[in-house]
Design a protein around this ligand. Structure first.
Ligand code: ME8
Length: 502
């Protein structure tokens, strides 16, 4: 990892309100940002999110709502911002593709490519899926249905502008092969490689005649056309953090991005169009692109256009914010698809949060209250002699290689969030087992003060370390634990996760 970390989420379409799928990518990006801020310092992390506001989809949604496209976008963008606030998302910047800084950079990019001869005019005949805003070639379309969303595609025939993807296909293929960490996870990289090896790319149609679509960025060299929404939107990753100088050289404090995060639905645009656009513009490649899986509901992808959405606000209202963040990242390994159900949320809540974590904190504080009058025994006050089991736990936390911190951090850096949480829960469970096996109530009965002090010290250290490692995942819970634990004297409050009746 480099000494700075620039991370992005997709720019979400504003054709409808955000749902669990959008929150998933954004929460994952938030976890990585919080983790990296701790590791590299606040000033070295830049977390960008935002909204994709042009294109036919938005124009149609605005028409249906009887609003102007801009007015409609202005409304929906507030819902995204409100949700991110509610989900404790620590983004540094929020870019809208309708902002001047973005429009300017898109126009610059188009001009540079046009002058270079990488954009040319031609007649386009082919298939188009409006809900996906995607062109398809004949071989990809069966029975006039979109290969992705399965809805009807439209036959389109018009004069347009094209970007020479074809010219760079071989370059891209070698680039992906030479840079094995560029596309992650590996299964997705293989998918892209296979696609590039088996198909000859078509040049990308990057314009729409204004008569058909007016809601877009006009091409600087052909004002009768607007820019294709994907060409427009991808540029956000550079328009948000830099600009082209007069010589057409892109300059930025943050570029290249360390990570573009998204789900597998938009991998092709990020792994094929985007690298070629950058390469043609003479701009460095992002370090990596990670495509995670989909949240499904009864085996169907959750999506705005299918209408089977799960609203994050409802889940958060019922189970709490951190339970939601925890569930999303723990229940399904990042990269795979997962089925969402409230039963699964309740199960995780009761077993992991109430029984394991909540119980460990609550019982430890109760013992400190009972046996030490609420004062945390000072671990510096005289040498502490741990018993064997206690010492083993202490070694994991404070031993020479800080095994606990290392394994938790390594899993996050591998984008393996569920593994990272599993490691945290391993130590929580170890500590709970330690309580049951040590039977501190007997130590108290027998007035074994020294042993009791060593025992409680182990638990306090576990809890402090767990709270610290949980911070990127569950920031509120992490501070609540540290707050209840206090420095010298505890401030015991209510249980963090009261059991739910299922
Ligand atoms: O594609 N499971 O925007 P979009 C997991 N504007 N993640 C999901 C999901 C699900 N069921 N549904 C959505 C666009 N997502 C373009 C992007 S980028 C320059 C332009 C998440 O609003 C996931 O991150 O359709 C997915 O890639 C993204 O939302 C698609 O958002």
């Amino acid at each position: 990892m480099k000494s700075k970390f620039y991370i992005t989420t997709p720019l979400y379409y504003v054709n409808a309100s955000p749902h669990i799928g959008h929150s998933y990518t954004t929460i994952a990006a938030d976890v990585l940002s919080r983790y990296m801020r701790k590791k590299l310092g606040e000033e070295n992390v830049w977390f960008l999110t935002g909204t994709d506001e042009h294109g036919q989809k938005i124009e149609k949604a605005a028409e249906a709502a009887k609003l102007t496209a801009q007015g409609f976008a202005d409304c929906v963008v507030l819902k995204f911002k409100e949700l991110w606030k509610g989900l404790n998302i620590s983004y540094n910047d929020f870019i809208r593709t309708t902002e001047e800084r973005h429009v300017k950079t898109v126009k610059n990019a188009l001009e540079i490519l046009y002058k270079k001869g990488d954009i040319y005019e031609d007649k386009y005949v082919g298939w188009y899926c409006t809900p996906c805003e995607t062109f398809w070639i004949d071989s990809q379309v069966i029975d006039e249905n979109c290969p992705d969303c399965k809805r009807k595609v439209e036959r389109i025939s018009e004069t347009n502008y094209f970007f020479k993807l074809t010219k760079y296909q071989d370059w891209l293929l070698s680039y992906i092969k030479d840079n094995p960490d560029f596309i992650k996870p590996d299964s997705r990289k293989e998918e892209v490689l296979r696609f590039l090896e088996l198909n000859k790319l078509n040049d990308l149609c990057i314009s729409r005649p204004k008569e058909r679509l007016s809601w877009g960025i006009p091409l600087p060299f052909a004002p009768g056309h607007v820019t294709y929404v994907w060409f427009d939107a991808l540029v956000n990753y550079i328009s948000a953090v830099g600009e082209f100088n007069a010589d057409g050289k892109y300059q930025s404090r943050w570029w290249p991005a360390q990570l573009h995060l998204m789900a597998k639905d938009i991998l092709r645009q990020h792994a094929v169009y985007w690298p070629i656009m950058l390469h043609a513009l003479g701009i460095e490649m992002p370090e990596s692109i990670f495509a995670h899986g989909w949240w499904m509901l009864e085996e169907e992808k959750i999506s705005k256009s299918r209408g089977n959405v799960v609203n994050p606000v409802d889940i958060v209202r019922r189970y709490g914010l951190d339970a939601y963040r925890y569930f999303l990242l723990r229940d399904v390994p990042f990269g795979l698809d997962g089925n969402f159900s409230e039963e699964a949320v309740i199960k995780r809540y009761n077993s992991d949060l109430a029984n394991d974590l909540g119980n460990l904190v609550y019982r430890t504080l109760t013992m400190i209250e009972k046996y030490f009058d609420g004062n945390i025994p000072d671990s510096k006050e005289g040498r502490i002699k741990y018993d064997l089991k206690g010492q083993k736990i202490i070694n994991l936390i404070e031993g020479e290689d800080f095994v606990f911190k290392k394994v938790v951090g390594k899993a996050i850096e591998d984008y393996n969030f569920s593994q990272s949480l599993t490691e945290i829960w391993n130590i929580i469970n170890l500590a709970n087992k330690y309580v049951e096996e040590t039977k501190p109530w007997n130590l108290a009965k027998e007035s074994k003060q020294k042993e009791l002090r060593a025992f409680i010290t182990v638990l306090v250290k576990v809890i402090r370390n767990v709270a610290e490692e949980l911070m990127p995942f569950m920031p509120d819970t992490s501070s609540a634990i540290l707050e209840q634990l206090g420095k010298d004297k505890i401030n015991k409050g209510d249980p963090l996760f009261p059991r739910l009746l299922s």
